[in-house]
Design a protein around this ligand. Structure first.
Ligand SMILES: *[C@@H]1O[C@H](CO)[C@@H](O)[C@H](O)[C@H]1NC(C)=O
Ligand SMILES: *[C@@H]1O[C@H](CO)[C@@H](O)[C@H](O)[C@H]1NC(C)=O
Ligand SMILES: *[C@@H]1O[C@H](CO)[C@@H](O)[C@H](O)[C@H]1NC(C)=O
Ligand SMILES: *[C@@H]1O[C@H](CO)[C@@H](O)[C@H](O)[C@H]1NC(C)=O
Ligand SMILES: *[C@@H]1O[C@H](CO)[C@@H](O)[C@H](O)[C@H]1NC(C)=O
Ligand SMILES: *[C@@H]1O[C@H](CO)[C@@H](O)[C@H](O)[C@H]1NC(C)=O
Length: 387
């Protein structure tokens, strides 16, 4: 037995390494795109706040180049966007914060189409705030009530005063780790925009459906132009078995990246960023109570609307085959038509995730409460009002 285990070790290692590479490469893309898109839309003060909150290293090396940057197309928000998945297994409590389970198990006949019961209902589907919508509100609240950064100039001026004057209020000593709060927020605003992260309990957001999804990464045109060796064609085709959830988490994004963007995440981000500018002009002319323009994650009404939107998209697009009638189940084939007709939904959700993360961060920076005691002290000392 011992001998056998010994012989198996190299094989186990190979299997383990392959899995590690796979989980790292897939699923992170969508989150990175949302983080990077949000960064491109931020104002300078908001970028400064993000850098301070994440403790981003901005020193430069002797040659004048920024230190600690391995990928120049990766922004500070993109870089931390997948942290919450990486810690999910050892911060076990955070696991149920990545999704919304709409309780279709409580509804006679289940939820095949949207109805009054078949929609995201916060009180029923997010008990004790434990779901991705509750988590977004949790972390925006923490960031909003945070003290101004200790690096902040007027705060530093006040430090001796605070030490001497017994003004160590609980707010200044607050136990939340704001770096983590912002990393969670970045990830969860991405998650709530993936339709199958706000979907049915009974099939675990599509995880229970094993489906065939086998589209080549390269478009037809690319394939005509260069002959590839057989092994390359193999690695370039998604010939594995997938579950429905992972098709939406990663497989379709991998395919569009290969076909339309020369496998470059950055090219795709640039394209989506330009499209997001069209959304801006379209939404400014609409009713401001429209859910599609309700973009601020410190407002519970908006965050709940994002979850409802995602569930509707899941029922309408993710859970039905390309005939738009047949329910996806184990054994379903998700064909070219499915991919083509669902791709615009994926792009829209990545864009909305980026826009809403940016607007949420701007709102936090604009609304952050300055500690009122400091304000009083400054007033008493005749110092200028903080801004
Ligand atoms: C934030 O950090 C990034 C990465 O180091 C840097 O490129 C950027 O200039 C910083 N932005 C601000 C506004 O501090
Ligand atoms: C809120 O954030 C804290 C700190 O990370 C965490 O312990 C708690 O579980 C979170 N609750 C929800 C509902 O997100
Ligand atoms: C906050 O969390 C980050 C990421 O987990 C960690 O690196 C950092 O040390 C934590 N800060 C404090 C003050 O615990
Ligand atoms: C695609 O990317 C490769 C490197 O990843 C580059 O060599 C090639 O020129 C790119 N092709 C196009 C059409 O941009
Ligand atoms: C939250 O957003 C909704 C929808 O846009 C709006 O009607 C409501 O006034 C907002 N609430 C707050 C407190 O801003
Ligand atoms: C199903 O719906 C999609 C998106 O609305 C549409 O593009 C596609 O043509 C429809 N398929 C059929 C077979 O009607």
């Amino acid at each position: 037995m011992k001998q056998r285990m010994k012989n198996m070790l190299p094989i186990l290692l190979i299997v383990f390494c392959q899995q590690a590479v796979m989980t790292q490469a897939w699923g992170t893309l969508g989150h990175e795109i949302v983080g990077n898109l949000a960064w491109y839309r931020l104002s300078d003060p908001a970028k400064t706040w993000v850098n301070e909150t994440l403790h981003v290293k901005t020193e430069t090396a002797a040659n004048g180049n920024p230190k600690d940057i391995d990928d120049p197309t990766m922004t500070p928000l993109g870089k931390v966007a997948d942290w919450a998945d990486a810690v999910r297994h050892y911060l076990g409590w955070s696991s149920p914060l990545h999704f919304i389970d709409v309780r279709d198990d409580l509804i006679p006949g289940g939820c095949l189409v949207a109805s009054d019961d078949c929609k995201f209902i916060y009180e029923r589907d997010c008990v004790n705030d434990v779901c991705v919508a509750g988590a977004i509100l949790n972390y925006t609240k923490q960031l909003l009530s945070s003290k101004p950064s200790p690096n902040h100039r007027h705060h530093q001026e006040l430090l001796p005063l605070l030490r001497g004057g017994g003004l160590k209020s609980s707010r200044l000593e607050k136990g939340y780790n704001l770096t983590q709060a912002l990393m969670f927020l970045t990830h969860f605003i991405g998650d709530i925009h993936q339709p199958l992260h706000a979907s049915r309990t009974t099939d675990k957001g599509g995880n229970d459906f094993h489906v065939h999804f086998s589209l080549p990464d390269e478009g037809e045109n690319t394939k005509l132009h260069h002959e590839q060796p057989a092994y390359y064609q193999n690695t370039n085709k998604h010939h594995h078995s997938w579950n429905l959830h992972s098709v939406w988490d990663s497989a379709m994004i991998e395919v569009v990246l290969g076909r339309n963007y020369n496998h470059s995440r950055h090219l795709m981000e640039q394209d989506l960023f330009h499209t997001s500018l069209l959304f801006d002009s379209a939404s400014s002319s609409q009713d401001s109570n429209d859910a599609s323009t309700c973009n601020i994650g410190i407002n519970a009404t908006c965050v709940i609307a994002w979850g409802k939107e995602s569930f509707d998209l899941a029922l309408q697009y993710a859970y039905v085959e390309s005939d738009n009638v047949t329910q996806v189940s184990t054994g379903s084939t998700l064909d070219e038509l499915y991919y083509e007709s669902r791709l615009p939904i994926i792009k829209q959700q990545l864009i909305l995730g980026g826009m809403r993360l940016a607007e949420t961060i701007e709102a936090i920076v604009a609304n952050q409460k300055a500690p009122s005691k400091i304000l009083e002290v400054r007033k008493a000392l005749g110092l200028a009002t903080l801004r």
